[in-house]
Design a protein around this ligand. Structure first.
Ligand code: MN
Length: 516
């Protein structure tokens, strides 16, 4: 990667002042990395330039791109954060600092092998902790992507370690941010190093299969296109091929039989708005027989990472099974780029300020913290005074984020107890809670959870909620569910609010009588 390639791509997106800054940052970084080489033998600067190029192509704001150019200077050269702040502003130095912290923490984990699977949780925790600005994670993903692309130059044991870490930490991280395309790129690259033999076998298998079905699918596509045109529906239809890694995962679920996988290839229909998505679904179901169990409405109920689409699998008259994914342009953009898509900035006339494009896709509750981060970040960009301290307090002051062992994030109020977590996962999990482990250690019911904890609930079918659990929950959600269950069990009387108050008063009276 060369400077002029980055500048050429950037020229279409940023204004003159910003391009001048980018030019300056590249020259500065080139000078500082002078003499250093990548394992490939290329000059080191080719790496930060590649990272910057990726960030530009994702449409990130200029500060992220500058941080991408400078991301290894503090760690690998004598450049200090102060210097970066003086030259490129506080926002950029803040981002570089975050990225550096993530790499440092990684370097601290020397023997990655003995660290797995804990590494996953530690790193996820760490990423959340240092990434008060979600852009740090996005820059880190661009960095990791380029390192994976140039992995062939590293010794084999290192290749495997980095590949495994990418699969267990960075791919899920991309997924959480809704960055589907990046997640897939990371998974494909990492998997090809972790199990090269299986990767090749599946690739060949896929090729054979696709050759057969591509023609048949083409016919279905033409048929659908014709029908939608007749209904005057404006649409774009594309084929999407399953990735090798997701084929590998699916094959494991269906005992290795590729005939049981219906979505090796799917047709994606992109339409202007939500209503049209449902209309198209109706039309498809009138043309072909749907497989009822495989209809999924991710528009009404988005996936936790914000993904939206309608999915359906149909059987054509010549017994071909075809999956369709129906979505709007905005949903498509979000499915591919996720959070990065919301960083596209549009220039305002005669102004240096940039406004964020209003995203049509809403973030689910689980990802609200990201919006919060973005808002603070955008305030910073607009030059508003926000101290680092304030940042911490604002974002994490009264909410904590804990993980399930699978790595799902749950948002709870500070001081939340294990049962609050269990009821948040599912009311049945709460109901049958038997014991808790936090970060691998047994954890008492009355001990609060902390930010970044990995919480594991052991349930027993026979374990039932107890009356004194009411003292062991802090959230309204958990309390409501618990009381309902206690009433069902007859442990708690079904009383109206007023009756409860009268009873409480009577109890207190009795108590004071007894004390006299
Ligand atoms: Mn790097």
């Amino acid at each position: 990667m060369r400077k002029n390639e980055v500048m050429a791509l950037a020229a279409a997106i940023y204004d003159e002042d910003q391009l001048a800054e980018l030019d300056h940052a590249i020259d500065f970084s080139t000078e500082k990395h002078k003499g250093q080489k990548r394992m490939s033998g290329e000059p080191y600067i080719s790496h930060p330039l590649s990272v910057a190029y990726t960030l530009v192509s994702w449409g990130m704001d200029i500060d992220s791109v500058l941080a991408g150019v400078l991301h290894d200077t503090v760690e690998d050269t004598e450049v200090t954060l102060d210097e970066i702040e003086n030259l490129f502003g506080r926002d950029v130095s803040f981002l570089v600092d975050g990225v550096t912290k993530v790499s440092k923490a990684r370097a601290g984990m020397r023997d990655l092998d003995s660290y797995l699977p804990q590494t996953k949780d530690n790193l996820s925790k760490l990423l959340i902790a240092v990434s008060h600005d979600v852009r740090v994670i996005i820059i880190k993903l661009a960095d990791r992507l380029h390192n994976l692309e140039t992995l062939q130059h590293l010794p084999q044991d290192k290749q495997k370690k980095i590949a495994r870490e990418s699969l267990s930490v960075f791919a899920p991280m991309a997924d959480r941010l809704g960055m589907g395309r990046v997640r897939m790129q990371i998974e494909e690259l990492a998997f090809s190093y972790i199990d090269p033999v299986e990767f090749k076998r599946l690739k060949t298998l896929m090729k054979k299969r696709l050759g057969k079905s591509t023609r048949k699918l083409g016919a279905v596509r033409v048929e659908v296109e014709k029908e939608l045109k007749k209904e005057k529906i404006d649409c774009e239809i594309n084929g999407r091929v399953k990735s090798i890694y997701s084929l590998y995962k699916k094959l494991k679920k269906v005992n290795g039989n590729i005939d049981d996988i219906y979505d090796l290839m799917a047709l994606r229909i992109i339409v202007p708005d939500n209503e049209t998505c449902y209309r198209v679904l109706g039309i498809l179901h009138s043309m072909y027989q749907p497989m009822i169990a495989r209809i999924k409405d991710y528009i009404a109920v988005p996936k936790p990472n914000g993904y939206q689409s309608l999915h359906t699998t149909v059987i054509t008259p010549n017994e071909q099974i075809v999956e369709f994914q129906i979505r709007t342009r905005e949903m498509h953009e979000y499915a591919e780029s996720g959070l990065a898509a919301s960083f596209h900035y549009h220039e305002q006339k005669n102004s240096k300020n940039y406004t964020r494009k209003k995203s049509a896709v809403h973030l689910p509750a689980e990802l609200q913290w990201i919006t919060q981060m973005q808002e603070v970040a955008s305030k910073l960009r607009e030059g508003e005074e926000i101290s680092q301290n304030q940042l911490n307090v604002d974002l994490f002051g009264d909410r904590i984020f804990v993980f399930s062992p699978k790595g799902d994030i749950y948002n709870l109020p500070e001081g939340a107890l294990p049962l609050d977590f269990a009821y948040l996962v599912h009311s049945d999990v709460g109901k049958h809670s038997y014991s808790f482990r936090v970060n691998g250690n047994i954890h008492a019911f009355d001990k609060p959870l902390h930010n970044g904890d990995v919480v594991e609930v052991t349930t027993r079918k026979l374990s039932q909620p107890k009356k004194d659990w009411q003292e062991l929950v802090t959230t309204t959600h958990a309390r409501t569910k618990l009381r309902m269950q206690l009433r069902k069990l007859g442990v708690l009387q079904a009383v109206s609010g007023a009756a409860a108050i009268i009873r409480d008063k009577a109890m207190r009276k009795n108590k004071s009588k007894n004390q006299k």
